[in-house]
Design a protein around this ligand. Sequence first.
Ligand SMILES: Cc1ncc(COP(=O)(O)O)c(C=O)c1O
Length: 358
Amino acid sequence: MTVISVPQAFNEDDLYVDLRSIVDAPLYLKCEGFNFAGSIKLKAAAEMVEGAERDGVLTPDSVLIESSSGNLGVALAMIAASRGYRFLCVTDPRCNLSTRRLMEALGSQVHIITEPDPVGGFLGARIDYVEAMCASDPRFVWLNQYRNEGNWRAHHKRTAPAIARDFPDLDVLFVGAGTTGTLMGCARFFAEWHRRVHVVAVDSVGSVTFGGPPARRMIPGLGSGVRPPLLDESYVDEVELVEEADTLRACHRLARRGFLFGGSTGTVVSGATSWLARHGDSGLTAVAIAPDLGERYLDTVYQTNWLEDLFGKGVLDPVRAAHPFPESLPRAATATTTATSTATPADVVPLPLPRSGS
Ligand SMILES: Cc1ncc(COP(=O)(O)O)c(C=O)c1O
């Protein structure tokens, strides 16, 4: 039995999905979404808040402020509520509505930046806003996930040792890159380990993190419009870039087998699968880190209109070919939608359930 008195005390650290039967590659997926904040960002948030408290930077009248695409924001909102701080999250329109509502439900405020900076994109504009707020009132405390050493230390202390414990024969580790906290913490840990581990960073096409040209990115979490200050590329063996359409296909492929993961996880799984396909089934022990779960993406990644408007009608065709979609089921004549529903008729086709007693 596990008994806790603060939400951040619980984190499932030992859960892996064996993906071989789903992606046809020898890959174990470490699930990091099973905590009260719903993502891997809980570890970074807890480490950074503890550090600021230890250093005397956070006091009872402090107001936490942070730029986040959503998941760190939820984690900080949860910890702020638990420890009695106020919190203002600065985000942008790509932050999922449910993520925004979660932060507000936890008592935090959310500010949405609507105009990207011409050079730094939405991230640059968010950081400018945070800096302006901190300059305007000394009560604001910016933990700054982009530069805070606690961000990568959390994973050096917790995520990587857990993987090392569970996979003593680890050969390859796939880690998504956002702020690169997870990547740098794990890569630094395995650089010091007794066994050589090939660390593959997974990033989205359009992110500038590893020197690629900026381009439109619609899925929050991984990738960056600004080069992450925490990144030290000398610890990274290889970079795998993933198109967002492939992220979507990976998410749906997993969902069709009952695993509803988030966009970051879809990216990491897609990158890892491509890498493993190029390297053949050479008996490698491979682990990928799944940073999130899927419920926060029901209005985006898992919403037919959103998908097809942004990525084209055929975006899921390869998944459709492998798994029957609801569209192929017989339609009931009485299928209806409510006036406010954004679902397409295909989304609401009821399954032909047996009548009770028949
Ligand atoms: C869901 C999710 N996955 C992955 C990441 C990236 O992790 P990191 O910032 O440690 O690179 C983020 C960052 O915000 C995230 O929200």
